[in-house]
Design a protein. Sequence first.
Length: 241
Amino acid sequence: MEKRDSGFTLIELLVVISIIALLVSILMPALAKSRERSRELVCSINLRSIGTGLFLYLEDNNDTTFNANFANSFFWKDTNGNYLKPSSSSAYWGVAYIDYIDSQDVFSCPSFLRTAKLIYPVDPKLIEQAAFGLNSNANNKKISQVRRPGEFIFAHDHVEPKVENGSRDMFYNDGPGTNNLRSYRQGGSREQFYRGIFRHSTNSNKPFETGGKANMLWLDGHVDNLRETTGDDVRKKWYTG
């Protein structure tokens, strides 16, 4: 009687390969979601760390935020390696609080490290330490002037270093049925950057529909997220206090 070879037959190998391919196809989306959840968590933790630094700054400065009104770019240091002054238009607003925060890396968001270009003609790698947009109304703000700090945005995920142009780059709109972030919507001058705003847990490949969310740091130090929205559910007062 002929003894059967102990190796796999071609059919058996094909079956095994097919099963592995099927398992990989099932597991890859789950792994991708898990990685994004991890990135989102790091982004949220970084924002909380900024909030902690903010409180330390406030304790030393009469409960008043820094007036970083001119800082509206992505740079931290000058060509000599010295920190820029927050009054410099080239500075990233985080410069105002760097003495109270461990590292520039705290201003990074792993979900937004790779981009072909930024909204200004500067090195895209700068976004690696400048991923959050400051609410322009949070400049030179005395905490006692804000009725509910837990309902006042200090900073949030954005591609603009400092958001100041109303519904053009803030999350509220101009009334029911209108759009927020108008500069970033289809036809806007910055439409190519829209996906960098609601950048967490995205589940759509459409350029103007991410299905994602943005993390937000409030003046009382807590962090939560905002689901992709046209702005009907966002109050202007969250920005103005």
